[in-house]
Design a binder for this molecule. Structure first.
Ligand code: SAH
Ligand code: SF4
Ligand code: F3S
Length: 463
């Protein structure tokens, strides 16, 4: 019997790309492929790309280039480029010119066509390019190969209609399309039956969920339906947009122990002129009002954000307002980025294109990170002496005698390991004893909660 062909998928970017990769993998399993742990042994490599910043693109271009050698030594190997970069005309042109060793390019709207596209590759010498410019209907019931463990991602809304002036996502992911509520409920119910207990619902704009359905729904309707499903212990939702964060949603979160009290509220900038130029559709005052309503209703909320520095026109004074806002909100953590102009977005067409000089951008990023690290440390220090439920993901990369996991609010927790006891995928009560900027550590404070995934891992994962 011939051995099954093997695939390797390299995923860049956000959780939506991770989920798309699981769907690609599921389709490949169905047509007889097996997963390969290494790219060098694979018969098919898929690079699932991200276009959100130039650095993400550089990584993918570098990897595509690097695979030329592998392809030369294994000509039967097939190489496909998928994801958000594939939606950009510039990428297809680059591949045709610089990377003819790529066999297939397909986009974010037609990944369900993967089996047919692979057949087409065998019929053509030149690179097969099949990228849909816009999204079709939502495709349900695709097979999927999920990660091991008890954590699972579930799409609830695709695309984004917000058109922030710096952002490529509305162009690579198309208009907003929500999945029907019963389809999401059925998927989560099936996952819970399989042993998945930590569910993350996904969208570029989760709190626009349901606005396009008939009759219209709110994200709170969906979360309230999902939290009732037996076996669902934690329910996360990413990424929300501050603009549509309804009072109903705040109250649904406040009244639930299942819906995470981790509230990610991407602010992007602290000054009104910059927010306006970014087309974020809220003011600094409206944002701060939202934060204070969240804090009042959910006193144990863990707040995080995304911030861009060096947006066109950002003056030192504008930046000071960002620092000021960070001091006022006191986020648990912030993801901070240097502005990266994206071809095809409105901001990239403005005069001067990317006027804030690089050294100034870097200096602002450093000052912002320094401030945030101090606040993160102070927030973590406050947790010393509390007992947190921690979902164990695997062994610490730095020390195999230590377990690494996360709290419901997504804080990393380290825990000394007794090699005789397997805690993987277990929800373990941990008394927090130490706090650093990026993690907490502590001691087990009771038996793991009941229930675990029926899936078994061959090796203990490093996290
Ligand atoms: N839908 C989400 C985020 C999507 S992208 C939201 O609206 O919050 C994730 C983050 O990348 C954004 O929040 C933003 O901070 C950052 N980002 C997006 N485009 C960028 C660009 N052109 N340059 C730098 N950072 C960018
Ligand atoms: Fe991009 Fe703005 Fe949409 Fe987020 S809301 S994906 S930043 S356009
Ligand atoms: Fe990147 Fe596309 Fe996600 S651009 S951030 S992979 S939606």
């Amino acid at each position: 019997m011939a051995t099954a062909p093997k695939y390797y998928i390299k995923t860049y970017g956000c959780q939506m790309n991770e989920r798309d990769s699981e769907i690609m993998a599921g389709q490949l399993d169905q047509i007889g492929y097996q997963v390969s742990p290494k790219d060098s042994e694979a018969d098919l490599i898929i690079i699932n790309t991200c276009a959100v910043r130039a650095s993400a693109e550089q990584h993918a271009f570098g990897y595509i280039g690097q695979l030329k050698q592998l392809k030369d030594s294994r000509p039967q190997m097939r190489l496909a480029v998928a994801g958000c970069m594939a939606q950009e005309p510039g990428t297809v042109a680059w591949i045709k010119r610089h990377a003819p060793h790529v066999d297939l390019v397909f986009g974010t709207h037609n990944l369900h066509e993967l089996p047919r596209l692979l057949e087409e590759v065998e019929e053509h010498e030149a690179t097969v390019v099949e990228v849909w410019k816009s999204a079709g209907d939502v495709v349900e019931h695709l097979p999927s190969h999920r990660n091991d463990g008890v954590r699972a991602y579930v799409n609830i809304i695709y695309g984004c209609d917000k058109f922030c002036t710096y952002c490529i996502v509305p162009f690579t992911r198309g208009k907003e399309r929500s999945r029907e509520l019963p389809d999401v409920v059925d998927e989560v119910r099936a996952l819970a039956r399989e042993g998945y207990q930590d569910i993350t619902v996904l969208g570029q704009n989760v709190n626009s969920y349901g606005h396009d359905l008939v009759p219209a729904l709110d994200l709170a309707d969906l979360l309230e339906a999902l939290e009732k499903i037996e076996g669902v212990r934690w329910l996360h939702y990413i990424t929300p947009h501050p603009r549509d964060f309804s009072q109903r949603l705040i109250s649904a979160i406040a009244h639930s122990q299942t819906i995470t009290h981790h509230v990610h509220l991407p602010v992007q900038a602290g000054s009104n002129p910059i927010l306006k130029r970014m087309n974020r559709k809220y003011t600094r005052e409206e944002y701060l009002d939202l934060v204070s309503r969240v804090k009042t209703a959910i006193p144990d909320a863990s707040l995080t954000t995304d911030i861009i520095v060096g947006f066109p026109g950002e003056s030192e004074e504008d930046f000071q307002q960002t620092l000021d806002l960070v001091r006022e909100v006191r986020y648990d953590a912030a993801f901070t980025f240097i502005y990266s102009p994206r071809e095809g977005t409105p901001a990239a067409r403005w005069e001067g294109r990317d006027p804030v000089p690089n050294p100034i951008k870097k200096d602002r990023l450093n000052r912002l990170m320094e401030l945030q690290y101090q606040i993160s440390l102070e927030a973590n220090l406050k947790m010393i002496g509390t007992t947190e439920t921690v979902l164990i993901d695997g062994l610490s990369r730095k020390n195999p005698n230590v377990w690494a996991g996360r709290t419901q609010s997504n804080k990393v927790v380290l825990l000394d390991r007794d090699p005789a006891v397997d805690l993987i995928d277990r929800f373990v009560p941990v008394r927090i004893e130490q706090a650093k900027t990026f993690y907490l550590s502590g001691r087990q404070a009771g038996a793991p909660l009941s229930g675990r995934s029926p899936r078994r891992r061959v090796e203990l994962p490093l996290v």
